[in-house]
Design a protein around this ligand. Structure first.
Ligand code: NAI
Length: 415
């Protein structure tokens, strides 16, 4: 029943296709959708649930959510027109990704929109910690005055150790070098060192030479309590630790112990093993007693610029999929990056990833004497995605042929 109710021609009917944006997504998303030709946009300021969500999704081809809207299997099954989902945030666990995949719905997110925001905060924390500012600030707030140069250092010439040299880690490395810091890093993958950054042989070596160690790894079984008692003990005496990655990466009790003993001079922690659910929740942590620890409420990536970037980045991915068929960086879907298809029609065929589908597609097109100008295929888990460019004159016939292929989940045409 999914097939019948579906609009298959996005390019001709663009203006009627409905995009629903929930949870007060930044207006930059609306701008990008409009520029892409999608003008039928409905926005909601809040997350919706149950029947209200179903009503809002009625007839929606694109839906944009942030972290609160739960797109469960039941909701997705009840939204037959839905062609793509945009998560205007980093996380995607509010969406049933498997079900979306099986229904042929790619899910997009914004993994790198706030990279710079995190990098800038960490850079500031490096300087603040090296100067001992957090403690001095706390003393003055209580009416004290301790004017001293003890434990106060410039960052120039000091060593910054970056654990996890990915998008954020590399940005920080570049910025820190501009301040005259030496940069060393560790990563489990082979990484191109930027600037004069140097890869060290192992984590212990990094910890032993770094004046500040900063964590930028993902949350994985391998990174769970990556910084435990043993690793904290391996840090250079008097050094600092920064964690703006995920709360599970640092053993907080072990960190308290090395702060207590002054083996570490300070820390900046933005993420916690347990975080309050909302802004009325209470923050409970054994770190609150330390003046020399900068505590922030998981705001490493929270800036106005990041909000704007997230809006336009995710909307651009929806537009690109709608207009061109590209699924680059979809989190649950075969990735296909496609060139322009000027002068031709493009057929997008999403199918069950079982043997023989592509052969079947090509047999049918060949039997109908339809010439394939270009073809792109990618598969991911249960789903295959084949894109076929044909002469425009043959496109309707080709669409009919493709819809007859066993295993077809959905099929769409771009003129
Ligand atoms: P990324 O995926 O670009 O980089 C992560 C790097 O860590 C990769 O190079 C990977 O190979 C490496 N890695 C993975 N396991 C490792 C291990 N066991 N040891 C050493 N390296 C390892 O990710 P990105 O965008 O740089 O983000 C990094 C972290 O920052 C993530 O945990 C992300 O969730 C977090 N984050 C936090 C924000 C905040 O508000 N505090 C905002 C944005 C991201």
């Amino acid at each position: 029943h999914h097939m019948n109710s579906r609009i298959t021609d996005f390019s001709a009917q663009k203006a009627t296709l409905k995009a629903v944006l929930l949870e007060g997504i930044h207006p930059s998303a609306v701008d990008v959708l409009r520029q892409g030709g999608y003008t039928n946009i409905v926005t909601h300021t809040k997350a919706l649930m149950g029947d209200e969500l179903l009503a809002a999704l009625d007839g929606a081809h694109f839906v944009g959510v942030r972290s609160r809207t739960q797109l469960t299997a039941a909701i997705l099954e009840a939204a037959p027109q839905l062609a793509a989902i945009g998560c205007f945030c980093i996380g995607t666990n509010q969406v049933d990704l498997k079900t979306a995949m099986r229904l042929g719905i790619p899910v997009f997110n914004a993994p790198f929109s706030n990279t710079r925001s995190v990098a800038e905060l960490v850079l500031a924390q490096v300087i603040m910690l090296m100067r001992g500012i957090p403690e001095k600030n706390a003393i003055l707030h209580r009416g004290g005055w301790v004017k001293s140069a003890a434990h106060s250092y410039e960052v120039r010439g000091k060593t910054l150790g970056i654990i996890g040299y990915g998008h954020i880690g590399t940005q920080i490395g570049v910025l820190a070098e501009q301040l005259g810091m030496r940069v060393v890093f560790r990563d489990i993958a082979a990484k191109l060192p930027l600037g004069n950054a140097r890869e060290v042989n192992n984590l212990d070596e990094l910890l032993a030479i770094s004046d500040v160690g900063t964590l930028h790894v993902p949350e994985t079984p391998q990174t769970h309590q990556l910084m435990g008692a043993k690793e904290l003990a391996a840090m250079k005496p008097g050094s600092h630790l920064i964690n703006a990655s995920r709360g599970t990466v640092v053993d907080i009790e072990a960190l308290c112990a090395v702060l207590e003993s002054r083996h570490l001079q300070g820390a900046a922690i933005d993420v916690f093993p347990v975080e309050p659910q909302g802004n009325d929740g209470a923050f409970v942590s054994s770190l609150t007693k330390f003046d020399n620890v900068i505590l922030t409420p998981h705001i490493g990536g929270s800036t106005s610029e990041a909000q704007v970037n997230i809006g336009s980045e995710v909307a651009a991915k929806l537009v690109r999929y709608g207009n061109n068929g590209s699924t680059t960086s979809a989190v649950n879907f075969p990735e296909v990056a496609l060139p322009e298809h000027t002068g031709r029609s493009r057929l997008l065929h999403i199918h069950k990833n079982v043997p023989g589908v592509l052969a079947h597609v090509n047999e049918r097109l060949s039997a109908a004497s339809i010439n394939i100008a270009a073809q792109y295929l990618s598969t991911f888990e249960d789903v295959g995605y084949v894109v076929i460019d044909v002469d425009s004159a043959a496109s309707e016939a080709a669409l009919d042929e493709l819809n007859g292929v066993p295993g077809t989940i959905r099929c769409r045409i771009l003129y």
